[in-house]
Design a protein. Structure first.
Ligand code: ADP
Ligand code: MG
Length: 706
């Protein structure tokens, strides 16, 4: 960490902790490097001999830079990352000398005892073998932390029988699917040079920072990542003075360190600013290929949490740490481009480009409309339930915002496209064959839309701040690949290509235009309008979970080899399990805080008031204010005590429900409302009781005094 006055040379430190291609090239024979590149680009496996050479080069570089340990870094279904560190230490020789060892085998494959990771029944505990396999497309890096310096090897995590136990494997499979199908589309339009189409991701990350000592006094923040109690501070976000406001010194120093650490890790951190809620901030990196960007987003979250502590702060990544002010999301900006640099979501200036763009756009409309439930599911997690549809984040209804110009193009195509369509001098006249120049900055903004076209990319805004980007991007890739595949199947055999492509665009747009919406997504009218249009409005994570295993989802994923049916069923099961466990922890924390902290403090306060009342009466004055306050406080204490008893009883019943799905729904339908019931009198009491007696820091302490 640097003194804040010290100058940074960004070019010098950028990628310092990454085993980049150029470092690899320098560290190994040309022939081995060539083989590595080939596997990176075309898939396949390294030979054992090559793997040994790469391993040695990687270890030498790591050790030279101070690493003592290595780890296979993977992304199990917990949504965060996992690592088990092994020292490079090997058995000493007879004379007691030790040579640091690391073989090709160590590099390529690991075998963590995986029984304690969620598997949703895929891997019985008694056959707990799980394998981590090096993802050669994501570079190894050095992590500096309290544990020293560790060489991290990004890996995929699978069961003994090859089923994916992680978020990375399906993402990589979906990248393959979108690559294959998108290539078919660009070939139709005469592009013979592109060898690959890649999905890109730029993930904007929102977060809160709170004072570390105050954080330590809040069991709810410690155990659940959010506040379960808390009356609103006198000031919230209504003045709109925090958004883009001047960054406070301590926060600025944190951001500086964060950038430096991320740049060293090769994460292209770019933009930072204050967000809408007090104590809320955002970091956006430059977009990268989606699997790398997903790894990097994990590193961003990890580094935020780790560094905040050095600044006497705590980073909260929960989607809704505080009631009454905005929660945090993670906007996933997604686009497709060829390896020769053409962004397929860029409306072109020429008619051919326009037709290709319109076909792609129409396929995306079809994909999102057909699989709206699945897309909704991909952005769901327990914390995000508190945010979606709550007037600060997109609604739980999936729709697409295109902007005025494009929407008009779609309307024209749907209404008049067919009538206008005829071939003339080899060029198709669609009435919209040349789009007006769609300038990125000219597209108007709609912050309430969950899936918005922003000039040359789509921005998926539903994703929660703590979630991995892997699931949303896997789903977007998969559903769009399916629509591309269906289009290519039809067009590759068309007798009259121009007519066929035109008819298909019109057909897709006509059938799926109901998914387009440019009005206010936060409004009640939209909820009714969406219902009229037949669009799903799925309100919670556990209601969304079954979208994974619907017939059309299974067909989609199996067709492109992204998930097997059993992988999907296990993931659905894990969602119920995670939901029930998360709720269980929240309830137990609430019960503890109410029983051991809030009620004792309030009872003490009531006792003080009662004593005052008695003493004043004895002294011959009528304690009007005191008696009135005592009565109010007493009523709230009784309310809280009653609600507490009901919550304890419900928690007890929840624990006796066997099936995970049933338990999860019991928590959502029965327990959650009782949690709200307990919170109300407790928050009322916070407003009544002497501040000095309140047992933990309040919203104003947490949000305004970092
Ligand atoms: P906005 O202000 O509209 O949200 P920005 O230009 O600030 O847009 O970009 C937000 C994020 O989107 C950044 O991470 C950026 O790198 C990313 N981004 C920009 N262009 C693309 C693209 N073509 N594909 C994917 N992500 C992109
Ligand atoms: Mg944005």
């Amino acid at each position: 960490m640097n003194d804040s006055k010290e100058k940074l040379n960004v070019e010098e430190i950028y990628g310092k902790n990454v085993f980049t291609l150029s470092k690899m090239r320098a560290a190994m024979p040309k022939s081995v490097f060539r083989n590595v590149r080939k596997v990176m680009e075309q898939g396949g496996e390294l030979s054992p001999a090559d793997a040994d050479v790469v391993a040695k080069a990687m270890k030498d570089w790591a050790v030279e830079n101070g690493a003592t340990h290595y780890t296979h870094w993977f992304q199990p279904l917990t949504g965060i990352t996992a690592e088990k560190h092994d020292a490079f230490v090997s058995t000493p020789d007879e004379e007691g000398r030790m040579l640091m060892g690391f073989s090709g085998k160590d590099l390529i494959k690991g075998e963590p005892d995986a029984s304690s990771f969620p598997s949703g029944g895929l891997r019985a505990t008694f056959e707990a073998r799980g394998y981590t396999a090096w993802d050669i497309t994501s570079p190894a890096f050095l992590k500096e932390s309290g544990a020293g310096i560790t060489l991290c090897i990004p890996t995929a995590f699978c069961s003994y029988t090859g089923e994916a136990l992680d978020k990375k494997t399906p993402l990589l499979r979906s990248m393959e699917a979108i690559n294959t199908q998108a290539l078919r589309i660009v070939r139709l339009f005469g592009n013979t040079e592109a060898r690959r189409v890649k999905a890109s991701l730029g993930a904007e990350q929102e977060y809160f920072l709170v004072n570390f000592e105050k954080y330590l006094k809040r069991p709810d923040l410690i155990f659940t990542g959010r506040t379960l109690f808390g009356a609103p501070a006198p000031k919230g976000q209504e003045m709109e003075d925090h958004y883009f406001g001047v960054i406070r010194e301590r926060v600025g120093a944190f951001m500086k360190d964060l950038n430096e650490e991320l740049w060293k890790l090769g994460v292209p951190a770019k933009t930072q600013h204050n967000e809408v809620a007090p104590a809320q901030h955002e970091l956006a990196p430059i977009y990268e290929e989606a699997n790398l960007a997903t790894d990097h987003n994990q590193l961003i979250m990890e580094t935020m949490k780790r560094l905040a502590v050095y600044h006497n702060m705590r980073c909260l990544l929960h989607e809704k740490p505080f009631a009454g002010v905005n929660g945090s999301g993670k906007h996933n900006n997604w686009s497709l481009s060829t390896d020769n640099g053409v962004n397929l979501l860029e409306p072109g200036a020429s008619p051919e480009r326009n037709i290709q763009f319109l076909l792609i756009l129409s396929c995306i409309l079809k994909a999102i409309d057909t699989h709206a439930e699945l897309l909704r599911q991909s952005a769901s997690d327990v914390g995000n339930d508190l945010r979606l549809g709550a007037d600060e984040a997109p609604p739980a209804i999936v729709s697409i915002f295109l902007g005025e110009q494009l929407e008009d193009v779609v309307r024209q195509l749907v209404e008049t496209g067919s009538a206008d369509s005829h071939i003339e001098g080899g060029i198709l006249r669609t009435g919209v064959s040349t789009l007006p120049d769609i300038n990125k900055d000219a597209t108007d903004r709609n912050r309430t839309s969950p899936f918005a076209f922003t000039g040359n990319k789509f921005e998926f805004r539903m994703v929660g701040s703590a979630d991995s980007c892997a699931s949303p991007i896997t789903i977007i890739n998969a559903i769009v690949a399916e629509a591309f595949c269906e289009a290519a199947d039809l067009l590759e055999h068309a007798d009259n290509f121009n007519k066929a492509v035109h008819d298909l665009i019109k057909d897709n747009m006509t059938k799926h235009q109901r998914i387009i919406f440019s009005g206010n997504g936060y409004s009640e009218e939209w909820v009714r309008e969406a219902e009229r249009r037949g669009l799903p409005n799925i309100r919670s994570t556990i209601e969304a979970a079954s979208a994974l295993t619907s017939e059309k989802s299974i067909r989609l994923f199996e067709k492109f080899g992204i998930f097997t049916e059993s992988e999907l069923r296990s993931r659905e099961e894990i969602i119920y399990e995670t939901y029930a466990k998360t709720q269980n922890i929240e309830v137990l924390t609430m019960i503890d805080m109410a029983r051991k902290q809030i009620l004792p403090a309030c009872m003490q306060y009531a006792r003080n008031l009662a004593e005052t009342v008695v003493i004043m009466r004895k002294a011959g004055v009528e304690p009007m204010a005191e008696a009135e306050k005592l009565a109010i406080v007493n009523t709230q204490i009784n309310d809280a005590q009653e609600s507490l008893k009901m919550l304890i009883d419900a928690e007890d019943r929840a624990g006796r429900i066997r099936g995970m799905r049933d338990q999860a729904f019991f928590y959502k339908d029965i327990v959650r409302p009782l949690m709200d019931n307990l919170r109300v009198p407790c928050d009322n009491l916070e407003k009544l009781v002497d501040k000095k007696m309140w047992p933990f820091p309040t919203y104003e302490d947490l949000m305004f005094e970092v």
